[in-house]
Design a protein around this ligand. Structure first.
Ligand SMILES: CC(C)(COP(=O)(O)OP(=O)(O)OC[C@H]1O[C@@H](n2cnc3c(N)ncnc32)[C@H](O)[C@@H]1OP(=O)(O)O)[C@@H](O)C(=O)NCCC(=O)NCCS
Ligand SMILES: [Zn+2]
Length: 242
């Protein structure tokens, strides 16, 4: 088995169609133009602020030759048109720090063997982490009956028809949409994979400091100075002098 990012249109359409067959409530109508439209919106709010995240990414598990599809996960960078107008900075933070699990499936014959968990907690999580995202967010429609799968995989599964809480650093809650029935879920990648993260200043290990708003990663070599700023201690140079 191998895990690949599908980057050609034909492959993307094929995987979207497979996800749509497996996941109730997944819309695969015109996935390629829909992605291009969302990418244009994201590019627009990121103009002058660095590179926009990919609007949609298809990660698939296939056989060695890439002929058979065992399962896949589709990750989207969130974009909310109203927020983009009202508060572009927050819209950028959401797009950068959150990835939405738009769809996840494992082909019938390969279920029950850990592949779904691996696609979610290694492939999707690793992809998001490498791009600096902090959260995997998502929604599972009741008709799929898969909320327990996300619980077993260690994600936080919200009460029925309850949106996602406001979390650091974007501090933006996600309301439940009335026309849906199911469970929202999320995974805090920084809290879960703290051992894979390194301090940007000193490349040392980080500590996760929890709080009600999601907590944060801290370098143990930082401290708050007299005027309340967070400063990083200068590490002594190998010669001994700072
Ligand atoms: C949900 C799905 C992706 C799970 O894939 P999988 O490879 O079978 O999952 P895993 O083997 O990693 O299962 C991990 C655990 O979750 C449990 N689990 C798997 N599917 C479940 C489901 N639908 N409901 C509840 N629990 C489930 C398994 O029993 C297993 O628990 P265990 O380790 O205690 O035995 C797969 O069943 C699927 O494609 N379902 C249809 C589409 C769907 O519902 N997608 C998710 C909503 S977007
Ligand atoms: Zn540090």
């Amino acid at each position: 088995m191998r895990f690949v990012e599908i980057e050609n249109e034909r492959g993307e359409r094929f995987v979207h169609a497979a996800v749509a067959r497996a996941v109730v409530g997944y819309s695969a109508k015109d996935p390629v133009p829909a992605k291009a439209r969302r990418q244009a919106h994201l590019d627009a709010i990121f103009r002058g602020h660095g590179r926009a995240p990919a609007a949609s990414t298809v990660l698939a598990a296939t056989d060695q030759k890439g002929n058979e599809l065992y399962g896949a996960v589709v990750l989207d960078a969130p974009f909310y048109a109203t927020l983009a107008v009202q508060d572009p900075e927050r819209a950028r933070a959401l797009a950068q720090l959150h990835r939405v699990v738009a769809g996840l499936f494992v082909a019938d014959a390969y279920r029950g063997d850990g592949l779904g968990t691996y696609l979610l907690c290694e492939i999707a999580a690793g992809h998001a982490l490498e791009r600096g995202a902090r959260y995997l967010d998502g929604f599972v429609d009741d008709r799929n009956g898969s909320a327990d799968f996300y619980r077993t995989a260690g994600l936080t599964v919200m009460a029925h028809n309850t949106g996602l809480p406001s979390r650091r650093p974007s501090l933006t809650a996600l309301e439940h949409h009335q026309e849906l029935d199911g469970h929202w879920f999320y995974l805090d990648l920084w809290a879960t994979y703290v051992d894979r993260m390194r301090c940007k200043e000193c490349a040392g290990e980080l500590t996760f400091v929890p709080d009600d708003l999601g907590g944060d990663l801290r370098c143990p070599r930082t401290r708050v100075d007299e005027v309340g700023r967070l400063v990083h201690d200068v590490r002594p140079a190998p010669g001994g002098q700072p």
